[in-house]
Design a binder for this molecule. Structure first.
Ligand SMILES: *Cc1c(COP(=O)(O)O)cnc(C)c1O
Length: 433
């Protein structure tokens, strides 16, 4: 399958090229030329399939032409070494728990898949080292660093905003060593993202070293996120709750929800989507006004969604051919302040005994306020509440148990390299690598 650029001014790329390059030559995002519709028979039996089986069918539709079946199956099965259960929160609201992977956030799925697929392609390129640049507002860095740790031929540079990620998040990418380097940027997430984007566009730097991205820009990270939408549907169907299914996605860079929209194009019977924002309500405003006005991000307690110019907006725009009415027919929006997030975590815990993380709280609340008669909602619980320990403990006034997987990271020694937000400095650093 070929991949085209959302900007329409770059040559079509093979999967290999798209995965290795990350971003198209015209700064656009890669889109698959075809989104295959899955046969009705698949949806008839989906409730009886395992997560891996469901995911392999979806993966095959995207990557089957370009990756041998056995290799692809191995990649899918290795990636999904953990479950993504749907858990009941209220009569009509369910949580798709995406935090059972190694770094306790949904990004483990895309990052683990991408590391394996990139590793497969790099093996075919004799003697080449690929350098993955990843900007993170918290969870991407840990998922990518852990997904790529020890993968031969790949070095990862994690750029994160100094003082703006939680202590636990920081440990998950600064203590690993080996092929992982953490760069502590004196700026906000958008500065980190700008440094990465500039690096990809710098001809001299690209002659010096082979660069790629592991942000949700990369198709190998972005597309596998469709897997769990199908699996969520399968679980809801099994419970007889899938007839009018609304899926709500706490959104920042909009990679996660866009993968769900792709799922719908493939035939997944989701009635509609809700994109839940924090105070960074750029997409919410786009839905209301038809105008997309990116702006500097503001810091919130749902920090992985502190994004002022969501990169995957370009994919949504492309998918619906820029038709605002078509986008609005499929997706509605919601946006919550920190005060509302706090209130929601507390309320849900007291009423339902279910502990949300600040991101999932936006999703849960949007369903509480947005479900219509007869609909059932699933929100994506994108991270484990313990990743935001102090925030959550302050809210519920009780200690939150830290899963063993997480506390293991806290034992390591933090190592990071300070970096300014000026591209000149970042480039100079990389030119010496
Ligand atoms: C990254 C992240 C999000 C936002 O996902 P996007 O794909 O960027 O929209 C939401 N919640 C958590 C916990 C995250 O780590």
């Amino acid at each position: 399958m070929k991949y085209y650029s959302t900007n329409g001014r770059a040559d079509r790329a093979t999967l290999h090229e798209a995965v290795v390059k990350g971003l198209a030559g015209d700064k656009g995002l890669f889109m698959p030329e075809v989104i295959h519709h899955l046969p009705a028979g698949f949806f008839d039996e989906i409730q009886d399939l395992s997560f891996q089986e469901v995911a392999y069918r979806v993966a095959d539709a995207f990557f089957g032409e370009d990756v041998p079946a056995e290799t692809l199956k191995q990649i899918v099965y290795d990636t999904l070494s953990f479950d993504c259960p749907v858990v009941k929160v209220t009569e009509s609201i369910y949580s798709l728990e995406l935090f059972h992977g190694p770094t306790l956030a949904f990004k483990d799925v895309g990052a683990r898949f991408m590391a394996r697929l990139l590793g497969y392609f790099i093996k075919q390129e004799e003697g080449n080292r690929v350098n993955v640049l990843v900007a993170t507002s918290g969870d991407t860095g840990s998922a990518v660093a852990n997904g790529f740790l020890g993968v031969e031929g790949i070095h990862v540079y994690v750029l994160y905003p100094k003082g703006k990620v939680s202590a636990i998040q920081e440990c998950q990418f600064t203590t690993l060593g080996k092929n992982i380097t953490a760069l502590e940027v004196d700026g906000v997430f958008d500065d980190c993202q700008a440094l990465v984007k500039n690096a990809f566009m710098d001809a001299e730097l690209n002659r010096h070293m082979k660069l790629t991205s592991a942000n949700s820009i990369n198709v190998a990270r972005f597309l596998p996120q469709a897997f769990y939408y199908f699996y969520a549907y399968a679980q809801m169907k099994k419970m007889g709750k899938a007839d009018q299914l609304v899926v709500c996605v706490p959104s920042g860079n909009f990679g996660n929800i866009t993968a769900g929209l792709f799922g719908k194009v493939m035939g997944l019977p989701v009635k509609r989507f809700i994109a839940a924002n924090n105070a960074n309500d750029i997409f919410y405003n786009y839905l209301r006004t038809g105008e997309y006005n990116p702006r500097a991000s503001v810091q919130t307690i749902a920090n992985a969604m502190d994004v002022g110019d969501p990169s995957n907006f370009a994919r949504i725009y492309d998918l619906y051919k820029g038709d605002h009415a078509a986008v609005s027919a499929e997706i509605s929006g919601a946006a919550y302040t920190d005060e509302q997030i706090v209130e929601t975590v507390k309320d849900c815990y007291e009423k339902n005994g279910y502990l949300l993380d600040p991101h999932g709280a936006c999703g849960y609340r949007a369903l509480c306020e947005g479900l219509h008669e007869g609909e059932c909602g699933v929100f994506l619980e994108t991270a484990h509440p313990a990743k935001f320990q102090s925030t959550v403990e302050d809210i519920i006034q009780r200690p939150v148990e830290i899963p063993a997987k997480l506390s293991a990271f806290m034992q390591g020694e933090k190592k990071s390299i300070p970096m300014s937000k000026d591209f000149v400095d970042f480039k100079a650093y990389l030119m010496k690598e």
